[in-house]
Ligand binder design. Structure first.
Ligand code: GAL
Length: 661
């Protein structure tokens, strides 16, 4: 396949045919090499049950091809048409309150529904047969942002039956199911699998073990739904890739598992925020973390399938990206592992929900500031992209990230402000601010690659995972564990055979005998002669003889008791953090731990300057991104020379420099 670096999401079906040629020419001039099309155009492709019409798409693919522009095809299964829903209303999803969600948005579908699956099979087969050998079609994106719209949908009869089958396969007998779910509580025992419900809202709280399995089932269902399409596409296509547009930390589907079906992962990056929520501009670390986690899903470079190209907004809107900011965000994506950037969208839509989710071109279609800025970004990057493609950051530190732990904390967050992803991002932030690169690592991943492993909230624990952590430290690793570790077994039942954190207590050199949920208050912590704030939780612990106390509580009835500890084990060290450190404490603590572990910054820079290195074949590419509207500076590391930018070490507002070393 030709090397491709920059593209746009294009919806020719929204515009008159005469305009297509103008668009293609403007794209060509800008340096656009590919488009993604058709991911919502089911009705245009199949206007009636027995009528398929691919002529318009054939024409668009060919016309763009004349300008040297390739196509990635989306399968339009995120937008089942009105005729299909009218004929088979049972396809509509049912929410947890038992309400049927209607036609009118998108993803108004139940992914387990066999009728819907039959229609999908027919349409995707026809598409794959038709485009599977088209030289201008380079790849496929099944559906769109799978899991995104579904939240806790769907609880229809079909999902209920599929859930029962899933449980039967997993537990074989209802005795096993009853044990795993702890159904003796409130008389919830099942005699038959057919008695199990898809969880509708209950009168009082739900069974946490049942809810965890439900979330696992929903994730597996989405993987299975995708597999139906990837199997068909693989059968009928040649030399075309399959990818999917992920959403960073979105967790409806286990992205590690979904990634097994794909050639590479893609991601949608909207620094301006999604829908009604906004991402404050100082949250650059959240953007960086999203890119790093996406890279981790297959542990390889990824594509951006939707990179923000204007104001975001549905009913309300975000801020206008300042001159230079779209470039800075795009190159932040490249810095953290993107091999190609596809912008969302080409032209701002004149109709429908996304009239204010702005594209490169404004409503008028006349190229303006955004077009010119991205065009010149592409011109400066084009010559570098080939060398960058395939390169990877090589961090010395990793953060363990698990979908199952996230699910368990969604079910029982403990404290209204505690979230698994939020907690992970707090640790991430402390390293990000010092430009210390990080990987995210699945529990099944290779821990040995890292000098330092940060494993917050290891709540659900198995003997295998315990052993893996112990072995990592035995062999010389530096491990950080936190509060709420080793609390539950894999069925979400509390473990009772030892004090917390179970067998990992031997590793951490502590036993947690009591704890305090800090509702409506904070706690003070003494660390290196300062009294600093911590939040949400306090573990009260007894320490083993060789355990060193790094910090003590400085308020509450446990003032003077250990809060953060360090324990030598084998060749390595295990830290235990019994609370959620506030920003100052977190920064100081992580600075100490990184130093001890020998984990280093890639570049020393002023605040709001992000530095990352990608490496390939012995070449290192250092990206320095100024996220602020002020001039900034950084210290040029030895051995590096500037290959993009004006004056090494000095950054204009939103400037991105690249150095090679
Ligand atoms: C993404 C989605 C796109 C579009 C965009 C702007 O999440 O994949 O189809 O909806 O947001 O809202």
């Amino acid at each position: 396949m030709k090397q491709l670096y920059f593209g746009v999401d294009y919806y020719p079906e929204h515009w008159e045919r005469e305009r297509w040629e103008v668009d293609a020419e403007l794209m060509r001039q800008m340096g656009i090499q590919m488009v993604r099309m058709a991911e919502f155009s089911w009705h245009k492709l199949q206007p009636e049950e027995n009528k398929f019409d691919f002529a318009w798409l054939d024409e668009a693919v060919a016309l763009l091809g004349n300008y040297g522009i390739y196509t990635i095809l989306g399968t339009p299964t995120a937008a089942p048409p009105a005729w299909l829903i009218h004929k088979h209303p049972e396809i509509l999803p049912v929410d947890q309150q038992g309400r049927v969600r209607g036609f009118g948005g998108r993803h108004h579908d139940c992914q387990s529904n066999p009728v819907y699956r039959k229609y999908i099979s027919k349409l995707v087969t026809k598409l794959a047969q038709h485009y599977g050998r088209n030289p201008w079609v380079i790849g496929w994106q099944p559906d769109n942002e799978l899991g995104n719209s579904h939240q806790e949908l769907c609880t229809c009869e079909s999902c209920r039956r599929h859930f029962q089958d899933w449980l039967k396969k997993k537990y074989k007998t209802t005795e096993e199911l009853n044990r795993a779910w702890g159904t003796a509580f409130w008389s919830q025992e099942y005699n038959e699998f057919t008695e199990v419900c898809a969880p509708r809202i209950t009168v009082t709280g739900e069974n946490p073990s049942a809810m965890l399995d439900w979330k696992r089932f929903c994730s597996d269902l989405i993987v299975d739904f995708t597999k139906q399409q990837t199997d068909i596409i693989r059968k009928f296509t040649e030399n075309q890739f399959i990818t999917h547009n992920y959403m960073g930390f979105a967790d409806k589907v286990d992205y590690y598992k979904l990634g097994e079906l794909l050639d590479f992962v893609s991601h949608d990056q909207y620094p301006g925020g999604f829908y009604l929520s906004e991402t404050p501009h100082e949250k650059n670390y959240v953007l960086a973390a999203a890119l790093d986690v996406v890279r981790s899903y297959k542990n390889q470079p990824f594509w951006i399938m939707e990179q923000q190209s204007g104001i975001t907004g549905w009913e309300v809107m975000g801020r206008a990206p300042a001159p230079g900011q779209l470039t800075a965000w795009s190159l932040q994506s490249v810095a953290r592992g993107a091999d190609a950037i596809v912008f969302f969208r080409w032209r701002t839509c004149a109709m429908g929900t996304e009239q204010y989710w702005h594209g490169i071109l404004p409503h008028s279609g006349n190229p303006g500031r955004r077009y010119e800025e991205l065009k010149s970004m592409i011109q400066t990057m084009e010559p570098l992209m080939e060398r960058l493609q395939g390169s990877m950051p090589r961090p010395q530190a990793g953060i363990v990230f698990s979908f199952e732990q996230a699910y368990a904390f969604q079910i029982q967050p403990h404290h209204e402000d505690l979230s698994y992803t939020g907690q992970i991002q707090k640790y991430y932030r402390a390293l990000y601010q010092q430009n210390i690169p990080l990987d995210f690592v699945p529990e099944q991943g290779d821990f040995k690659k890292y000098k330092l492993l940060i494993a917050p909230l290891q709540y659900l624990m198995s003997p295998e995972l315990e052993e893996k952590y112990m072995e990592y430290v035995r062999q010389g690793g530096h491990l950080l564990l936190t509060m709420r570790t080793g609390v539950k077994d894999v069925h979400n039942l509390c473990m009772t055979d030892r004090e917390l954190p179970g067998r990992l207590g031997e590793l951490a050199g502590i036993e947690v005998l009591e704890y305090d949920c800090l509702k409506g208050t904070h706690v003070k912590v003494q660390y290196q002669g300062q009294s600093l704030q911590a939040d949400l939780w306090s573990d009260l612990m007894r320490i083993l003889p060789e355990t060193e106390i790094l910090a003590e509580y400085d308020s509450e009835f446990y003032k003077g008791e250990p809060c953060i500890t360090k324990h030598p084990y084998g060749e390595g060290v295990c830290y235990y953090v019994g609370t959620q450190p506030g920003e100052e404490l977190m920064e100081a603590l992580m600075t100490e731990i990184c130093q001890k572990a020998g984990v280093k910054t890639v570049c020393s820079a002023q605040k709001d300057v992000e530095c990352v290195v990608r490496e390939k074949d012995g070449n290192r590419f250092l990206f320095v991104v100024n996220h602020s509207s002020e001039e900034k500076s950084y210290i040029v590391p030895e051995g590096y020379r500037l290959i993009r930018g004006e004056e090494a070490g000095k950054l204009k507002k939103y400037e991105v420099q690249i150095l090679e070393g």
